[in-house]
Design a protein around this ligand. Structure first.
Ligand SMILES: C[S@@+](CC[C@H](N)C(=O)[O-])C[C@H]1O[C@@H](n2cnc3c(N)ncnc32)[C@H](O)[C@@H]1O
Length: 206
C-alpha cells in the first residue's frame, strides 16, 4: 500500500539542508533523524549520502507508514532501515546497537517548535547521553534571536502554532543553546537559511 505523505516544506528546504549537512557528514556511519515526518528528507538524504545509514524515526504511526512507503518507492529497502518509534520524551530511546555504535550525529528538522518545550529538553538530554565527544546534533527551523522574531511571517506563524497548542512555539536560540550547554554541547555554528529559518550545529564537547 502506498502511504506516502507529501510535506510541501521538505521540497523547498531539502536542497539547502542537504548542502549544509554535506559539510558535516564526512565519513561512514549512521545518522539518527528525530521527528522524520513524511520521510521525504530521509530518502533524499539517504540517496545524497550513500555511505551513511540514515535512520529515521517518528512517534506517529501515520508518519512511520509514510516513511516506509517512501523507502519502498525509492527502492532503498536494502540500504535504509525501517523507522524507529521515538518520542523524545519516552526514554531511553530504543536504538539498534548497529546504529548506536556507528552514530556520527543526530538531525532534527522542524520539530522543536511543533512540540512542547519539554521535548526540546528531552531531545538535548537524551542526545547528550547517546552522542560522544565530537559528534553533532543538528537542528533546523524557525528561531527567535534575543527573544525576538526575525520576521513578521515568523511572528504570525508563532501565533498560529499557539492557537493549535499553547505550549508549542518558535524557540529562542539562546535558551535552546543553554539546554545544549547543560548537556555537554557547544553551539558550533548558526547558519541563516532561506525563508527565515536557521540551522544550528551543536557539537558534543565531552
Ligand atoms: C512539522 S513535522 C516535521 C517533519 C519533518 N522533519 C520535516 O521537516 O518535514 C514535526 C514532526 O515532529 C514529530 N514530533 C512531534 N513531537 C515529537 C516528539 N515528542 N518526539 C519526536 N518527534 C516528535 C511529529 O510527529 C512530526 O513528524
Amino acid at each position: 500500500m502506498d502511504n506516502r505523505l507529501f510535506f510541501p516544506a521538505t521540497q523547498r528546504n531539502r536542497l539547502c539542508i542537504g548542502d549544509l549537512l554535506s559539510k558535516i557528514i564526512n565519513k561512514n556511519g549512521s545518522i539518527l533523524e528525530i521527528g522524520s515526518g513524511s520521510g521525504q528528507h530521509g530518502v533524499v538524504f539517504q540517496k545524497r549520502f550513500p555511505k551513511i545509514i540514515w535512520q529515521t524515526s517518528d512517534p506517529e504511526i501515520v508518519h512511520r507508514q509514510s516513511i516506509t512507503s517512501w523507502i519502498e518507492y525509492e527502492n532503498l529497502s536494502e540500504k535504509m532501515p525501517q523507522p524507529l518509534v521515538i518520542d523524545v520524551e519516552k526514554i531511553p530511546w530504543k536504538i539498534p546497537l548497529k546504529i548506536l555504535h556507528s552514530l556520527q550525529g543526530i538531525v532534527s528538522i522542524n520539530m522543536i517548535h511543533i512540540a512542547e518545550w519539554s521535548c526540546t529538553l528531552a531531545l538535548f538530554r537524551e542526545s547528550g547521553k547517546i552522542l560522544n565527544k565530537g559528534q553533532f546534533l543538528f537542528l533546523y527551523g524557525p528561531f527567535k534571536i534575543g527573544n525576538k522574531h526575525t520576521s513578521q511571517s515568523n511572528y504570525l506563524f508563532d501565533d498560529s502554532l499557539k492557537l493549535q497548542n499553547e505550549l508549542w512555539g518558535i524557540r529562542d536560540i539562546e535558551k535552546v543553546s543553554d539546554e545544549g550547554k547543560k548537556n555537554g554541547f557547544f553551539q558550533e555554528n548558526i547558519i541563516s537559511m532561506p525563508a527565515n529559518n536557521f540551522s544550528i550545529i551543536y557539537r558534543k564537547i565531552y
